[in-house]
Design a binder for this molecule. Structure first.
Ligand code: UDP
Length: 470
């Protein structure tokens, strides 16, 4: 169906919706704006999750996908960290990736191989088959700077990062405390650090690195990455790339109808991304805090976890009804004022709805950019991965989010604090400032991805390079 001259790109994503969604969005741009075809190659440790299948099957026909045969992870102990599982899934899939490459080369000659941050181990294979490898990092330029400096940090810091008394200082980035580092840094003795370091150290082997940011959002970090004479591959800021649309299931339509009935800018959207969950105590405290705030809200409710904040990373739909875990009488008391969505929400549509006026978020970078393109200011409630780092830059550097303070002794964010910050976002001078700043960035973001904008030109530059290989 596609002409043999249509340039073809192979993309490899590591397990998890949070990794698939951003690359899918990048693929859509290549297909819809530049008439490319794309094949996703997806490793897994079990049958493909339902959410992945439904996303992939909703895509334009120029984007197809192959699930690599599931690898066995039976030898991993139960407490194995997410990063270890992800990197091992990818590594153990390399033999089937090789087969896949062989058959792809005989069918359609790929002009590029684009991987996410946990698939960099596959870069060598692409080289072997003479397909130029690229990394797509769906994160901030500050995170990219951290990634590229990770080998250096690993050498220069002795002992645990968390014992450092000085903040971490990356070129042209705001200093941040070591406890804001991504999870694998927090325990160097755990295998997840080793696997994480290995994946991040391989960014430099790519022919180019895409990052989902733009100069107006992170001027200094981006300039520094481009200028640094350290032999990094070319850095391509192509953001903000966010979800353009999503299928409308019945529940989704229901929730948008509810929003239609609310006053402009009156609703707080509360969500912890594709994998975030709270402890039981924290879940209750959030429920009561939202209630106390008096603000209208939509809350994507998950069943609380008993140990890890990323409990639903690999499968968002829990076995239990999440609403069962809420404080007694909460659901009834908040009918009409709070809409509770179990497990998953049409986030992009909710954020783009005029009734949504704030986002209490785990600060995943995709969520952050979805908020940005709609000018919705945030309350930063980071949980895991690079979210704490995102929260620091959103609060202190970019100034588009308010902070909720944790009670350091109990490790809990209390209901009074939650209610106070929610009110402040909608009513205070401070809230007004972050709202105005977000609006400014919304305008800038729209400009850079528009015709002739810097991100559009950057994509075009690479696309032309790829076309010339054909
Ligand atoms: N998302 C969604 N509905 C949900 C939760 C998440 O559509 O209920 C989407 C969200 O719009 C974003 C992505 O999943 O595109 C989450 O990515 P992010 O980087 O914010 O966080 P992660 O899930 O990787 O922690």
């Amino acid at each position: 169906e596609f002409e043999s001259s249509t340039p073809h790109v192979v993309m490899m994503v590591s397990p998890g919706m949070g990794h698939l969604i951003p690359l899918v969005e990048f693929a859509k741009r290549l297909v819809l704006l530049h008439r490319f075809t794309v094949t996703f190659v997806i490793p897994s440790g079990g049958p493909p999750p339902k959410a992945q299948i439904s996303l992939l099957s909703s895509l334009p026909s120029a984007i197809d996908h192959v699930f690599l045969p599931p690898v066995s992870l039976n030898d991993l102990p139960p407490q194995t960290k997410g990063e270890t599982i992800i990197v091992l899934t990818v590594t153990r899939s390399l033999p089937s990736l090789r087969d896949q490459f062989k058959s792809m080369l005989t069918q359609r000659n790929p002009v590029a191989f684009v991987v996410d941050q946990f698939c960099t181990i596959a870069i060598d294979l692409a080289r072997e088959f003479n397909v130029p490898p690229y990394v797509y990092l769906p994160c901030s330029a500050t995170t990219l700077s951290l990634v590229l400096h990770m080998p250096e940090l690993d050498k220069s810091v002795v002992g645990e990062y968390t014992d450092l008394t000085e903040p971490i200082k990356l070129p042209a980035c705001s200093p941040f405390p070591a406890k804001a580092l991504p999870d694998p840094f927090l325990d160097r003795k755990d295998d997840s650090y080793k696997y994480f370091l290995e994946s991040m150290s391989r960014f430099g082997l790519a022919d180019g690195i895409f990052v989902n940011s733009f100069p107006e959002l992170e001027p200094d970090p981006i300039n520094a990455l481009k200028l640094e004479e350290s032999g990094y591959p070319p850095i391509y800021p192509v953001g903000p790339i966010v979800k353009m649309d999503s299928s409308g299931s019945e529940e989704e339509i229901e929730c948008l109808k509810w929003l239609d009935e609310q006053p402009h800018g009156s609703v707080l959207f509360v969500s912890f991304g594709s994998g975030g969950t709270l402890s039981s105590i924290q879940n209750n405290e959030l429920a009561m805090g939202l209630e106390m705030s008096g603000q209208k809200f939509i809350w994507v409710v998950r069943s609380p976890h008993d140990k890890e904040a990323n409990a639903s990373f690999f499968s968002v739909h829990s076995q239990n009804d999440p609403l069962k875990f809420l404080p007694e009488g909460f659901v009834e008391r908040n009918k009409g004022r709070g809409l509770l969505l179990p497990s998953w929400a049409p986030q992009a549509q909710i954020l783009s709805h005029g009734s949504t006026g704030g986002f209490l978020s785990h600060c995943g970078w995709n969520s952050t950019l979805e908020s940005l393109v709609n000018g919705v200011p945030m309350i930063a409630w980071p949980l895991y991965a690079e979210q704490r780092l995102n929260a620091v830059i959103l609060i202190e550097e970019i100034k588009v989010a308010l902070k909720v303070k944790m009670n350091e002794e109990s490790g809990i964010i209390e209901k009074e604090e939650i209610a106070k910050v929610v009110k402040s976002l909608f009513e205070s001078e401070e809230g007004k400032k972050v709202r105005e700043k977000m609006e400014e960035l919304r305008v800038a973001g729209e400009r850079v991805v528009g015709e002739g904008g810097s991100s559009s030109r950057t994509v075009l530059e690479v696309v032309q390079k790829w076309r010339n290989r054909n």
